[in-house]
Design a protein around this ligand. Structure first.
Ligand SMILES: [Zn+2]
Length: 284
């Protein structure tokens, strides 16, 4: 479904994001500029998101094995969960550090400027690469990533302006860092919530209702009764167990057809992310 080119473009984007992360982080420490360190945390998110996309596209066909009977979907949520925790922790450190800096105002080193320009240029290169990739392949995943890095680019431009202003007004670096850290914590908490559900395998009541209404919309003969619908969430994909009861006169062949009909009907609705459907049939 996804061409090799898409994965290649995403891999280049990943490499650029790792470079931006390193330049911002190391540069931030060298120049004592907290804004750059904050910007590096933003790239950390990009690295995980891109890794998740690449692994998802490249290995989505990887079949389940004995150790992972339901496939390999869960590991990416664990990665996101871990990184979100790291970002929250790092943001708290940044805020504490900014408070210290407000007490003893110190100037950031001028080297922060060329470092910020380098990071910004790589940011622009990354956006252009994704955009060109999208115009060539028309892969929606590249368009979505492009939109994502464009908002990152806007953030980096703001940070760049903040750094420029910090040379004349040193107080801007710690204050800007506090705002950035709070924003990062907000984003991280959103990712935390998103990744915890597939990790602890919860099934929302809305999802259950959606499955039931989908079952009703399938053309199942009226004298066949669907019951005991059970849903399991396995790493963000779902396994549906259900029972169908039919008159004794129905043949096994016919019941099998109905079971297949239910299975295809549920799986066809891609957004429901149904992985398996187990149907038990019983006469009445
Ligand atoms: Zn980002």
């Amino acid at each position: 479904m996804c061409s090799v080119h898409t994965v290649t473009i995403l891999k280049y984007t990943l490499c650029t994001s790792i470079l931006i992360f390193l330049v911002d982080l190391i540069g931030g420490f060298i120049s004592r500029c907290s804004l750059l360190i904050g910007d590096s945390l933003q790239s950390l998110f990009d690295i995980v998101i891109l890794l998740m996309l690449i692994v998802g596209l490249a290995y989505s066909e990887k079949p389940a094995d004995l150790d992972h009977p339901y496939g390999h979907g869960k590991i990416k949520y664990l990665a996101m969960y871990t990184v979100a925790l790291i970002i929250i922790f790092a943001s708290i450190l940044l805020i504490l550090n900014a408070v210290e800096k407000l007490k003893h105002i110190e100037r950031i080193e001028y080297i922060a400027l060329p470092i910020a320009i380098t990071a910004l240029s790589m940011n622009i290169a990354r956006s252009s690469l994704l955009y060109l990739g999208y115009t060539k392949t028309r892969e929606i995943v590249l368009l979505l990533e492009f939109k994502h890095v464009i908002t990152d680019l806007a953030g980096s431009i703001l940070i760049f302006i903040g750094i420029c202003l910090s040379f004349s007004h040193p107080v801007i670096d710690p204050i800007g860092t506090m705002m950035l850290a709070m924003y990062l914590m907000y984003i991280a908490s959103k990712y935390l919530k998103e990744s915890i559900h597939p990790l602890i395998d919860t099934v929302s009541s809305n999802y259950f209702k959606e499955i039931v209404s989908t079952l009703k919309s399938l053309s199942i003969p009226t004298n066949i009764e669907v019951s005991e619908v059970r849903i399991r969430n396995i790493g963000g994909e779902y396994v549906i167990d259900l029972k169908i009861k039919a008159p004794k006169s129905y043949t096994i062949d016919y019941m099998h057809k109905i079971a297949k009909n239910i299975e295809y009907g549920l799986k066809a609705r891609k957004r429901l992310r149904v992985k398996h459907v187990n149907v038990v049939s019983e006469p009445y």
